[in-house]
Design a binder for this molecule. Structure first.
Ligand code: BTN
Length: 328
């Protein structure tokens, strides 16, 4: 039943119109009742299926869950998501992805979940992934790059999220340098990139992405600066589709980056989405705070800031940029 169910689901998902019940019976050599049982099982999993006499069955709604099968059926990538694990629960997808990398997983390996119990954010912060409303996933990369170049990958990941969110909601998403995705002035996505080095060369890179997708409220203490795609756009984006679209965009952007070895091909797109663009930003570096105006990014992904003392390129590390979240 499981394989036939998956096959029928795949057929329904791939078909633009109705799939005839009779054709399914003939294809699988089973009775009408067997097909009807499969359709009911899919409905119980949350699929909306319309059935029309003489025409057959058609999917009208996807379940509000991350489904490996749905992600896979929409992927047009060559590497990213081709080996995909969707877990019911995990400590952190970055930890899991690293473990898989150590065991020899290939570039493009992806692990995703809707529930992390020990999700990690940048600078040792905790990243909450409450059950069912968020997606958290990590991608494994094995680029031939020097370690200093790897920070640019995080900017590409942010661009991929922005592209997918805009495509699926029709609303504008922005980036707070270097990689927080912002909608309506609030953060909906965070990215944590971790490197494994061997003799000062990159062994592998794990790009971890957490997105608040269908949360309807936010905890009091963070609601001024954090939100979800649903809360900001009113669109209940399908989580599997969102993951699939991000993987498709990421592979496209990453492949171009591997040729260019810099962000020259993305500077304009990134700056068009940069929430800090031409805005006052506070740069906090080693306990010192300076105020300037963000002019854009360099081809290596640094934030270009005009201070009274001149123009400087701000790179990652211990720098934090505060310019939104109630400050601008
Ligand atoms: C941040 O903005 O502080 C970065 C948050 C990164 C969270 C993601 S969720 C998937 C992956 N697994 C983790 O434990 N963290 C990252």
């Amino acid at each position: 039943m499981k394989n036939m169910k998956d096959d029928i689901l795949s057929e329904l998902l791939c078909s633009e119109g109705y799939v005839s019940g009779q054709a399914l019976c003939e294809k699988y050599g089973v009775s009408r009742t067997a097909i009807w049982k499969v359709i009911n099982a899919l409905k119980e999993e949350g699929y909306g299926i319309s059935s029309v006499n003489n025409r057959g069955y058609k999917i009208t709604k996807l379940p509000d869950k991350l489904k490996e099968f749905v992600v896979k059926s929409m992927l047009t990538t060559e590497r990213f998501g081709r080996k995909l694990d969707v877990l019911d629960e995990v400590d952190s997808t970055n930890n899991y992805c690293k473990k898989m990398a150590e065991e020899g997983a290939v570039e493009g390996y992806t692990v995703a979940t809707m529930k992390q119990v020990a999700g990690r954010g940048r600078r040792g912060r905790v990243w909450e992934t409450p059950d069912d409303t968020n997606i958290a996933f990590s991608l494994l990369l094995r680029p031939e790059l020097v370690p200093n170049d790897a920070s640019m990958i995080t900017l590409l990941a942010a661009l991929s999220v922005v592209s997918a969110v805009e495509e699926l909601t029709g609303k504008t998403a922005q980036i707070k340098w270097p990689n927080d995705v912002i909608i309506g002035g609030r953060k909906v996505c965070g990215i944590l990139t971790e490197l494994s080095l061997e003799l000062s060369a990159i062994n592998y890179v794990v790009v971890g992405i957490g997105i608040n997708v269908t949360n309807e409220t936010m905890p009091e203490d963070i609601k001024d600066h954090a939100s979800s795609i649903l809360m900001e756009t009113g669109v209940r984006v399908d989580k599997s589709e969102l993951l699939g679209r991000i993987l498709i965009h990421f592979e496209k952007y990453y492949d171009r980056f591997l040729v260019d070895k810099d962000l020259s091909g993305f500077k304009e797109m990134y700056e068009n989405h940069l929430v800090n663009m031409n805005k006052t930003v506070r740069i906090i570096e080693g306990g010192m705070e300076r105020t300037g105006v963000a002019l854009g990014i360099s081809e290596r992904g640094a934030l270009v800031v005009k201070f009274d003392t001149g123009v400087e390129q701000i790179t990652g590390g211990e720098v934090s940029v505060r310019g939104i979240y109630g400050y601008v």
